[in-house]
Design a protein around this ligand. Sequence first.
Ligand SMILES: [Cu+2]
Length: 104
Amino acid sequence: MKRFAILALGALMLGLPATAPVVFAQSATTAATLTEVSFDVPDMTCALCPLTVKTAMSGVNGVQSVEVDFDTRSATVIFDPTLTDAAAIAEASAQAGYPAAVRG
Ligand SMILES: [Cu+2]
């Protein structure tokens, strides 16, 4: 997503036609609305559990990326807050057998 901002900057510096930066600017705005939330997922017991959690969370509409860390029993999720929320993502993980709580 950072790439969009870099492209927009590059387009501005190159002095591309006025319409091009507008398109890039819209993409950058979309990227800026994404939300990142970290969850504690304490019930993961082996190195395969993160795959289940990642699959479950990734299946929620609006989720852009999921990184699960087994060592810290945590998951970091980037999502579009207009499509879903932390509660829905936690619920998807719980449905797969791994209750998740937003890290405080
Ligand atoms: Cu496991």
